[in-house]
Ligand binder design. Sequence first.
Ligand code: NA7
Length: 560
Amino acid sequence: MSASEQGRDAALAKDTDFDALVVGAGFSGIYMLKKLRDDLGLSVQGLEMADDVGGTWYHNKYPGARCDSDSWLYCYDWCDDVQEEWEWTERYPHQPEIQDYISFVAESHDLYKDIEFETKVTSATFDEDSGIWEIETEDGSSYTTQYFIPAVGNLSKPFIPDFDGLEDFEGTWYHTSSWPADGVDMEGKTVGLIGTGSTGIQTMPHLAEESEHLKVFQRTPNWAVPARNRPLEEEEWQELKANYDELWEAARNSDGGLDIEFTHPTADDLSREEAWESLEERWEEGGPLLSVFEDTLINKDTNTLVCEFIAEKIRETIDDPELAEKLIPMDEDGNPEHWYAAKRPPLAYNGYYERFNRDDVELVDVGDNPIARFNADSIVLEDGTEHQIDVLCMATGFDAVTGTLESLNITGRNGQNLEDKWEAGPRTYLGLGTHGFPNMFMITGPQSPSVLTNMVVPIQQHVEWITECLDYMLENGYQHIEAQEDAEEEWAAHNEEVASQTLYPDSASWYRGDNIPGKDQTFLIYPGGINLYNDRIEAVAAENYEGFTLAEAEESQAAD
Ligand code: NA7
């Protein structure tokens, strides 16, 4: 037996159903399965509660669901065979197309056979005596595995506010993430939309189009900018394909996982006219205004200028000046109520603001006059105003980043439940592991760059890092890996420290848990960018996984 074979033999537990079990079959889950199976030769099992692959893109079928990242970078960069045959049709890909893409990859790489569908995980428990994980599912099955990898996404646990009387509402209603694939009949109906986050803003023009009358219940106005989505012409697509390696190289080494060049480092040195000219150029081109000034998220003056620019655009668009002010998140003194992009910056497709000029679209401001309760056919506000509705679209967001992980009922060493451990906010080392939960790897876990970036980039980084880590363990005969407590404390402090240097903590958002009543308000995502983060995780790997404890079987069972 070669040294490497001996290492492998010592590293792999013999008495498990699988070497690795991956929960979730979205972008992260299927890539993880492929790497573990094809690169490391492990026995793998995927478990997915839906009846197909797709993850986020399987569930979010609300009208107009679309990704706000450029399609040519919202895909895997390793999938040359698929890349040869695949053609994105638009700049910002539509949900069905992304779903088809993920299916196409899973089929091309023969991954369907390793996934059990319609299988919902109800618990995952680490057995300290055997050093293996046991995963239980809703249908009563259980699986043992050495490595447990929840690849459950960051926006997968819907948040539905606890509205009084919602159970009495007799109209049709859905949260956006469970909107039926074949749509909802809205013809001749009055539709209510609650929520003006990215999702509400994306779906609003479609609801307006399909309904007789639309009422948009807005608690906080938002800073939406036009996407100016467009078809990708053959010539542009061919050019993108020809430069694919360079584009991806730039994306992987960037801050946000996209190929972006900033127009200016700051607005500080520019006259208002010069700043306006650059903002105007970007506005016309479409897409987030973040790429105009590099310091938008760290400099209040720059950010204020961006907000003033968007406010001016809203005023130009909305016919009724009073209505325009209601749609602008700015106080009477011109101070932004939340910074541009400190909450997830929404893109407007199909003329979001323009729709408010129509007689059949109504803004219901519930900022100072909140929703008090539901009746059988209406929403009643605190001052008693009643809004009759037939159909309701609940675009009220998600218990982001930690919600799904916590609800998997994961128990680690010493009987500690993950939800309890994270009661005062998540503690992770690099968003990849958490102390007390050996051999559990998270993909885009809390305190990693995840949703502040083009998701597929950090997903790939994590999947590849985990694969290399397991390869190292197999080579060297380590059976267990676990994040060290002091390493994760240091990482949590660093995460908060980096966040405090930005404008993110100044604005209430799901990035810091504000949208969920009672959720601890720590900054849930690493805000330092993919490039810095990547340097750190590579350095950790180069130092033999510094900050993690690696152990052979007997050692790990004796550990605290
Ligand atoms: P978000 O960004 O969390 O938006 C949720 C919206 O729902 C937001 O406008 C909330 O107002 C509103 N909301 C929540 N609760 C209520 C109540 N009780 N009354 C009125 N309005 C309410 O979720 P999205 O789905 O739009 O976006 C999540 C991510 O998914 C998105 O960024 C993409 O990455 C995909 P608030 O602003 O809190 O006042």
